[in-house]
Design a protein around this ligand. Structure first.
Ligand SMILES: C[S@@+](CC[C@H](N)C(=O)[O-])C[C@H]1O[C@@H](n2cnc3c(N)ncnc32)[C@H](O)[C@@H]1O
Length: 72
């Protein structure tokens, strides 16, 4: 399902590493959790934080007033 989640500069999800079936942190899963109350029908979003990746940047279209303008 996470493949359908868009980036927002004002996210309503946060991600945490989650250990599943193993205590090996190199095999951790990524869990997405609500960071605030989310209304029925509201889009789920998280901050991709693309600054962690080498990239030229990509224009952000999240539309929030605090948008950084880029997905990095
Ligand atoms: C995991 S997909 C998200 C789901 C995708 N929008 C879809 O329809 O399947 C990630 C891609 O969606 C686009 N995307 C997600 N959030 C965006 C945003 N805030 N502004 C512009 N493009 C975005 C980018 O092309 C990004 O590489």
């Amino acid at each position: 399902m996470s493949q359908f989640i868009n980036h927002s500069c004002s996210q309503n999800l946060v991600n945490h590493q989650v250990l599943v079936d193993s205590m090996d942190c190199h095999r951790a899963h990524i869990g997405l959790y609500a960071s605030q109350d989310i209304s029925v029908g509201e889009e789920l979003t998280f901050d991709y934080r693309y600054e962690l990746l080498p990239a030229q940047g990509y224009p952000c279209q999240c539309g929030v007033s605090t948008c950084r303008g880029r997905l990095y």
